[in-house]
Ligand binder design. Sequence first.
Ligand code: 5GP
Ligand code: ZN
Length: 114
Amino acid sequence: MSECIFCKILAKEIPTEVLYEDDLVMAFPDVSPQAPEHILIIPKKHIPSLADLSPEDEGVMGRIVSVANRLAQEKGFAQEGYRLVANCGKQAGQTVFHIHFHLLGGRDFGWPPG
Ligand code: 5GP
Ligand code: ZN
């Protein structure tokens, strides 16, 4: 059995509200939201971080960006603006080592990030 928390969510071993799912990706709410809208979008394939990507993963990465935009449109915060961000590695603040993109919306975001 996988020790990866996001693989457990994918396997439905941890009950989670599924906001979107297809053959390549799944989206669900972040358990500790940092904005009024905070959704995580993950590949179904266990890839620890962006630093581990292979050329064969380009399709799923494109799907994640497309799904993020679709969710932001459907939930009505795309026009106001949203942030799509992935932390890669410890120095960037990555804590779960299964690639995930944070889709954040519903408030103003500063730049540069801290
Ligand atoms: P990172 O710091 O790796 O970029 O982001 C990890 C994110 O995963 C955090 O925002 C954290 O709140 C979220 N997270 C950690 N464990 C769980 C969980 O069991 N369920 C959900 N939905 N989110 C989680
Ligand atoms: Zn995993």
